[in-house]
Design a protein around this ligand. Structure first.
Ligand code: ADP
Length: 715
């Protein structure tokens, strides 16, 4: 469908049609509107987000059409946009279908050549869904936690490996009818009970069986809990295990530590993934009060399973018991600053990952990690799941456990089983009850798509930047003559001086060498300026190097030596930067300093020779280095100060008004600031540049990618 677009007269972007078809492919909604709010352009994504076709939207007021609403009022954010040239934030709008939308938006104000606001480029995206997902996550994890804690059942995790060995021996001895064997060989069955070791129980078990503590039960066997009359059920459980049945449930009689029997509903299951581990899970509830409890176990277990499995977010149940052993060891060693300790002992991080085992996962987690089944994850440590980029999250999770802090959520990176990485929103939900059991519930949502959308947005911004650069290039072409003229006329002057010298009878060879050196330096500078313009056109980042400020300034001043002499201007330098360094493109920064100096020298042509002094100073100001260029000219008329840095602002008959605009752009592109002021006896231009430290970067806690930051200072 051909899109009719009103191209604003002031929109000097090259190849508008190509840009428009590019805008139609981006996932962000792009709307361009005039300063009066009238819509000039909407891209495809904007049409589908807001539901207005292009012909219904064009020419309409954007705020009326979409019922834009901001808590502080639209006037406030518009004036912020006018002040800063851009605004980002959130507001509400209404789609054509009447749905309330929460919108995340970036506005960029474009100006015409006179600097007057011309039109606004808006990029927006729908945040309504993002909020819903976050809310769902919050509710789901809260509900899950409650159900888990409310379970009234006794849970046991039992080590079955000894019994498995015994069964293996029977097989080797040629036994095939296990049912017969188990039900008849009482001594064997008793030995099997003694060989079944308690790995863990919950608090409910301690209470139900009247034990002293969990510790008193862990490590012991289960013989005491199984009275003689119930042993047939134990034998059945073994048969189920051999036949690979997933679970067995039955009513039976179990005994408390003091020997009193009670009616119990007994469930044993071999959760998928536990096969290799040789451990089984057993649940028991006291059904003496049958009506209540029976329903309770079934309901709570079923509800828990259902919730856990049905949850659309990935859920991981982690077994952190071994991790807690490490924590306890560190606490005994008196480690109070865990992070510092981990930095000093990076192997501990590996150890911690290996001690954290996946106990259970739901279907969403299986899909998330691109596993074929839960068995690919369960029983494995979390080591393979963390990328080096996600490591800071793992460290934060360790800290949260170590200091018993509440849970947290953040965006991080994880590794799928196929080795690819994914951006995830992860939430750690340690409840005191789960923590006491050495369990941790982790929720995961794949946000790769959103992150990809953000990357596309960044790319879009880059495209915009490139087009702006191209537009700027037009202006640059005008300014090139300005930049190149200065070295060229210097070369001509040096050339003429050299020639005059050669015509003399006695030739001063030393002076000739100096003259030639100057010619070479100026020619190189002209070449550098051209190269930089070329880089700008191809969108290449400038080549930055870490340089001492004083050296940078000295280098630049060499290029104005000729102007200084020709205009009888005295140069005063005061370097007080203590050898501070900055990361800059040297050619660009030279251009700034040469421009400021030449302006100052030109300005002082208006005052008597005796008064002409150019002062160049450097100084450290906190995290910045200040470079000041001050003159003793007539200063800047107050009414011109606000427009000084505007493109094409000039008071000179032959001026282009490009110099200061470019200087400001260069300094800001270096993360700095350029300001101008009057001193009362002239003008003062001040460039503030961020300092960089020249020292090796500290080795990172995790050398996951094996690289170190030291040594390389090019940026
Ligand atoms: P151009 O030199 O081509 O005019 P600039 O952008 O370098 O362009 O400077 C813009 C204007 O700023 C100048 O025309 C002049 O009016 C003013 N200006 C710049 N430097 C000084 C200075 N040191 N003292 C007074 N006015 C200055």
């Amino acid at each position: 469908m051909p899109v009719e677009v009103m191209v604003p007269a002031k929109m000097r972007l090259p190849n508008v049609r190509a840009l428009i078809s590019a805008l139609d492919t981006v996932p962000d909604a792009v709307v361009i509107f005039g300063t009066d709010g009238a819509i000039l352009f909407v891209n495809k994504s904007a049409q589908s987000l807001y539901g207005h076709p292009v012909d219904a939207a064009q020419g309409r007021s954007v705020d009326e059409l979409l019922a834009t609403r901001h808590p502080h009022g639209l006037a406030t954010i518009r004036s912020l946009l006018l002040d800063a040239g851009e605004w980002s934030g959130e507001f509400f709008r209404r789609s054509s279908a009447g749905a309330e939308l929460k919108i995340g938006v970036d506005w960029t104000l474009e100006r015409d050549e006179q600097g007057a606001p011309s039109f606004v480029v808006e990029r927006s995206r729908d945040l309504t869904r993002v909020d819903e997902i976050a809310e769902q996550v919050r509710i789901a994890s809260h509900r899950y936690e409650n159900i888990f804690q409310a379970m009234a059942a006794s849970f046991w995790e039992l080590d079955f490996s000894g019994v498995r060995r015994m069964i293996g021996e029977l097989m080797q001895a040629g036994v095939t009818d296990f049912a017969h064997h188990f039900h008849n060989d009482e001594a064997w069955l008793e030995a099997a009970l003694r060989n079944t070791i308690v790995l863990d129980v919950n608090e409910k078990t301690v209470e139900m069986f009247g034990a002293e503590s969990r510790e008193a039960m862990i490590g012991g066997n289960i013989e005491a809990a199984w009275p003689r009359q119930s042993r047939h059920l134990f034998a059945d459980a073994l048969l189920y295990a051999i036949r690979r049945e997933p679970r067995l449930s039955a009513e039976t009689i179990l005994t408390r530590i003091d020997g009193t029997p009670f009616n119990a509903l007994f469930t044993v299951c071999w959760p998928p993934g536990h096969e290799g581990k040789g451990s089984v899970l057993v649940g028991a509830i006291d059904i003496s009060d049958r009506k209540r409890s029976e329903a309770e176990l079934i309901a709570s277990e079923a509800r828990y399973r259902e919730l856990f499995q049905a949850m659309s977010m990935g859920l991981l149940h982690l077994d952190t018991r071994r991790l807690w052993q490490i924590f306890n060891r560190l606490k005994q060693e008196g480690v109070t600053d865990l992070r510092a300790h981990l930095e000093a002992n990076p192997h501990l991080l590996q150890e911690a990952m290996e001690a954290t085992v996946v106990a259970e996962v739901n279907a969403a987690a299986v899909a998330l990690y691109r596993a074929t089944s839960a068995g690919d994850l369960v029983g494995k440590t979390v080591k393979g799941l963390w990328s080096s980029k996600g490591m800071r999250t793992f460290i934060r999770a360790l800290e949260s456990g170590y200091y018993l802090l509440p849970g947290f959520e953040e965006e991080t990176e994880q590794v799928r089983l196929d080795g690819t990485t994914m951006a995830v929103h992860v939430s750690f939900n340690p409840s005191p009850a789960l923590r006491a059991e050495g369990r941790l519930l982790v929720g995961l949502i794949d946000i790769s798509e959103r992150v990809a959308a953000e990357a596309a947005l960044a790319e879009l911004k880059e495209t915009f930047a490139h087009h702006t650069r191209l537009a700027l290039l037009g202006e640059m072409t005008a300014s090139i003559s300005h930049e190149i003229n200065q070295p060229l006329s210097a070369i001509m002057t040096y050339g003429a001086a050299g020639r005059r010298m050669l015509e003399r009878t006695v030739v001063d060879k030393e002076k000739l060498v100096v003259i030639h050196d100057n010619i070479i330096a100026d020619a190189r500078r002209a070449a550098d300026v051209i190269a930089r313009t070329r880089n700008m056109a191809t969108g290449k980042e400038a080549d930055k190097a870490v340089m001492q400020v004083a050296a940078l300034v000295e280098d630049s001043l060499r290029f104005v030596e000729h102007e200084l002499k020709a205009n009888s201007v005295r140069l005063e330098k005061a370097f007080a930067d203590d050898g501070a360094t900055v990361a800059v493109d040297p050619v660009q920064l030279q251009q700034v300093l040469v421009n400021l100096s030449v302006n100052a020298i030109q300005e002082m042509q208006k005052v008597p020779h005796a008064r002409r002094v150019l002062m160049v100073r450097t100084r450290v100001e906190g995290e910045h280095v200040a470079i000041e260029v001050e003159d003793r000219g007539l200063g800047v008329p107050a009414e011109n100060l606000p427009r000084l840095f505007d493109t094409f602002f000039t008071t000179k008959t032959t001026g282009l008004g490009m110099g200061l605009a470019i200087c400001k752009q260069i300094v800001e592109a270096h993360g700095g600031k350029l300001t101008a002021d009057n001193t009362g006896s002239g003008a003062l231009f001040k460039a503030l540049l961020p300092r960089v430290q020249v020292r090796p970067l500290p080795e990172h806690v995790v050398s996951g990618d094996g690289t170190r930051g030291a040594g390389n200072f090019r940026m």
